[in-house]
Design a protein around this ligand. Structure first.
Ligand code: ADP
Ligand code: CIR
Length: 349
């Protein structure tokens, strides 16, 4: 049996699997796509390996490279429409709103509930593939160009780059515990080749206050992150927009007309934006309809050490779930509306 056949069989045998991959990779689609190769040499097996080996995946499929979104469109489009709740694969031009007049600022002026606020986007170099097709040399070269661009950032965004190679385990653990740094412990990403050649080519850039950070060669080639304590979403968002605009002038990122920015995971396409708060909601999170409230406002709840982790002490990571089919301003506004409602419910419970 070929690699792809074996993976597909495991997926079919996983009767309790509820992933979007399982739902949308029909036998017909599998037969049609299993022999194809994308421009960077990736295969369907590369895209579905993680979802087939981890039947508890929510999405279950990654793009082996930017061209996968064309070569394997038949299955990826179906997953994309389902995840982002859109009825056709379409995405508007980037639009950040008027950053000097956003209409939102601090979501929790009392300071009672929101511990911290973070907004991130992913970016991919247009000329490189994604983890399954990358070589060690690619990772080193990408790190070099990313760091050059980061080092040209000015003002509040100016900072320093720290490669993972050579960083002491104590520093890594402290930066991770403080929610700044990534690690290699996500089994979904691992099965998708996300940690190949670890830690080569990986590192973190941050400004003095650690309010602007950039992850290099984690899941995406670049993750631009703005974060700070408290609930001032306006300040966090504005800082991120500034960083995006400066980085756009230095690097060419992978984009597709109807999909916006291209990322390794189809859940991140489009705006690639995830705006989150760490918020104390001991009451709301115990309500039987907590999940329905999140669904109604298109929110996603995660634990406090990131995706696939647990809540601690009633603190959750609440963010927008949809990233494609809406503008950046609409994505952050969607999160803001939902968080306002969660705060209202917690305070009145
Ligand atoms: P992403 O997909 O956005 O990169 P993860 O779920 O993997 O996110 O989380 C990455 C890191 O960011 C984790 O350490 C997580 O605790 C941290 N994080 C996410 N949201 C916030 C927030 N609002 N405040 C502080 N840290 C956060
Ligand atoms: C999964 O399918 O669960 C993992 N591959 C992670 C998918 C990204 N999750 C998300 O909700 N954005």
């Amino acid at each position: 049996m070929s690699d792809a056949d074996e993976l597909f069989k495991a997926l079919q045998d996983a009767k309790d699997c509820k992933s979007l991959l399982k739902k949308h990779l029909t036998q017909d689609r599998f037969d049609k796509l299993k022999g194809l190769k994308s421009k960077f040499g990736g295969t369907l097996a590369d895209c579905i390996r993680s979802g087939c080996k981890n039947p508890d995946s929510g999405v279950g499929i990654y793009a082996c490279d930017p061209d996968a979104y064309t070569t394997f469109a038949e299955v990826l489009d179906a997953v994309i429409m389902d995840y982002h709740k859109i009825d056709k694969v379409a995405h508007p031009q980037p639009s950040f709103g008027d950053v000097n007049n956003l209409g939102f600022g601090d979501l929790d002026p009392s300071g009672d509930l929101i511990v911290s606020t973070r907004v991130r986007v992913g970016r991919s170099h247009a000329s490189y593939g994604f983890p399954p097709v990358l070589t060690k040399e690619d990772r080193i070269n990408m790190e070099k160009v990313s760091v050059e661009a980061l080092q040209s950032l000015e003002g509040e965004l100016s900072g320093q780059y720290f490669p993972l190679e050579g960083m002491t385990p104590e520093t890594q653990q402290k930066l991770t515990a403080d929610h700044f740094l990534f690690n290699d412990s996500d089994r979904f990403l691992k099965a998708a080749s996300g940690y190949d050649d670890w830690p080569t080519g990986r590192g973190i850039y941050f400004n003095q206050d650690k309010t602007f950070l950039c992850w290099v060669n984690e899941e995406d080639h670049l993750r631009l992150i703005s974060m700070q304590k408290g609930g001032n979403l306006g300040e966090v968002y504005k800082r991120l927009v500034k960083a995006i605009e400066q980085m756009e002038k230095k690097l060419t990122f992978a984009k597709k007309d109807n999909m916006g920015y291209l990322t390794f995971c189809p859940s991140n396409l489009g705006t690639t934006m995830r705006a989150s708060v760490h918020i104390k909601i001991p009451k709301v999170s115990q309500m039987p309809d907590f999940k329905e409230v999140c669904d109604k406002y298109n929110l996603q709840a995660r634990g406090i050490h990131g995706e696939h982790t647990e809540s601690v002490g009633g603190v959750y990571d609440i963010s927008n779930k949809r990233r494609m089919g809406l503008t950046e301003f609409e994505a952050v506004t969607e999160m803001m509306r939902g968080v306002n409602e969660i705060i209202r419910l917690e305070k009145s419970a």
